[in-house]
Design a protein around this ligand. Structure first.
Ligand code: GTP
Ligand code: MG
Length: 430
């Protein structure tokens, strides 16, 4: 890879005392370390590679068909429904092998994208998913016993953004989503189902899309032009973006060859015919030329940005005057001080709350006492009233008893007198 000398000057770190004194020597004979690149290749091939693609696009826009067409296989995808309440990210991993190269491919689908009435939050779950993969990698890196070489890296290396072939312009959902993703992932926009759009319309549509992306500050992935072996090809391809793609795994006989195509009553669209669509360009750029660059960009640019922000959040900085241990100690002390402050605040709050509660309880007790006194007073009054009534009734009863006795006595006297009178009457008759 050729690097411009000016650029190199800017990116080279300051030389330490040891490096400054490094001298260039000539070898007197063959040593053998020129086999290092081969050793590297052999090691990488033995380890295998991993590549993760995220497909973002409306339900039914042709994501699964394009993936099947790109990798010449049938991934186990099933169509989604249009009634999901939110966007979900679903990934499937596959082991593929071509000659002696093993590829662990993960295809992640944005299920339900664009199906909600309120689409303002659609991008959030995608951003969260991408960040989660970065976080997992960072956690693995931060482990004391880390296994980065056997770790299944799930960081997204590229996001194929499927644009609906409207021929008009990008939808606001497209712009909002791509803007939210552009600092986190390599976005390659593609115009889906490009067989539904005419040649003239397609040209205008591509120009419109690119101007909209530029005016909204959306950064899409640019195929690298630093490596002179692919610089021409990549810069030409950059001018063809966004690729207009057609997907199909159906084999149709054209002439005496079987080709992947979509058949219509009026003709056949050949997927791998560059006059019909940009599928070949996409495959060339994504799989055959720039897969490693996409992996590198993910690690060196997007993951690095995530890692930097996370470490800064955790209090680390590249401050020359402070070592990692010092930064950690400083952050730790800060953290302890914050915790202590919080604890003090909570204790104070607790004391205030307890006092308030105590006051409330005292008031309630006072109220209860006064209620009890009132009740006692009422009870005494009632008792006095009842006793008065009892005394009055007893007096009446006594009076009544006396009257009764007088009456009885009078009755008895009257009876006696009557008997006496009757005895006297009988005596006179005789
Ligand atoms: P979900 O996973 O359900 O969101 O759908 P998807 O985006 O994976 O779309 P899928 O590949 O299942 O395709 C949906 C329909 O579009 C199928 O009937 C495909 O045959 C058709 N289709 C896929 N690619 C193309 C294309 O390039 N052009 C046209 N005209 N139709 C296509
Ligand atoms: Mg699908």
């Amino acid at each position: 890879m050729m690097a411009a000398p000016d650029v190199m000057k800017n990116v080279q770190p300051k030389l330490s005392g040891l490096e400054k004194g490094t001298r260039t020597l000539n070898l007197a004979g063959h040593v053998g370390f020129d086999s290092l690149p081969d050793q590297l290749v052999n090691k990488s091939v033995a380890q295998g590679f991993c590549f993760n693609i995220l497909c973002v696009g409306e339900t039914g826009i042709g994501k699964s068909t394009l993936m099947d067409t790109l990798f010449n296989t049938h991934f186990n995808s099933s169509p989604s429904t249009h009634d999901l309440p939110g966007v979900k990210l679903k990934g499937h991993s596959y082991e593929l092998q071509e000659s002696n190269v093993r590829l662990k491919l993960t295809v992640v689908d944005s299920v339900g994208f664009g199906d909600q009435i309120d689409k303002s939050d659609s991008y959030k779950s995608i951003v969260e998913f991408i960040d989660k993969q970065f976080e997992n990698y960072l956690q693995e890196e931060l482990k004391i016993k880390r296994n980065i070489h056997i770790y299944h890296d799930t960081r997204i290396h590229t996001c194929l953004y499927f644009i609906a072939p409207t021929g008009h312009s990008l939808k606001s959902l497209d712009l909002v989503t791509m803007k939210a993703l552009d600092s986190k992932v390599n976005i390659i926009p593609v115009i889906a189902k490009a067989d539904t759009i005419t040649k003239v319309e397609l040209h205008k549509f591509k120009m419109k899309i690119m101007s909209e992306l530029v005016s909204n500050g959306v950064q899409i992935y640019q195929f690298p032009t630093e490596d002179e072996t692919v610089a021409d090809l990549n810069s030409t391809m950059n001018s063809h973006l966004p690729f207009a793609v057609v997907g199909s795994t159906e084999e149709v006989k054209v002439g005496n060859k079987m080709v992947k195509a979509r058949q219509y009553p009026w003709g056949t669209v050949q997927v791998e015919n560059e006059n019909h669509c940009d599928f070949v360009k996409l495959r060339e750029m994504l799989v055959r030329t720039n897969m490693e660059d996409l992996r590198e960009q993910t690690h060196n640019r997007h993951y690095e940005l995530y890692r930097r922000c996370k470490l800064q959040e955790m209090g680390f900085s590249d401050n020359d005057s402070m070592s990692l241990t010092e930064s950690y100690t400083q952050k730790h002390t800060q953290h302890i001080a914050e915790l202590q402050k919080k604890e003090d605040e909570m204790t104070q709050m607790f004391v205030v709350r307890v006092k308030e509660k105590e006051q409330d309880l005292k008031e309630a007790e006072k109220e209860l006492h006064s209620k009890f006194d009132n009740l006692k007073k009422q009870h005494a009054e009632e008792k006095k009233k009842l006793e008065d009534q009892k005394r009055h009734l007893e007096e009446q009863m006594n009076l009544f008893g006396k009257k009764k006795a007088v009456t009885l006595q009078a009755q008895q006297q009257a009876q006696l007198q009557a008997q006496q009178a009757a005895t006297m009457g009988k005596g006179r008759k005789k």
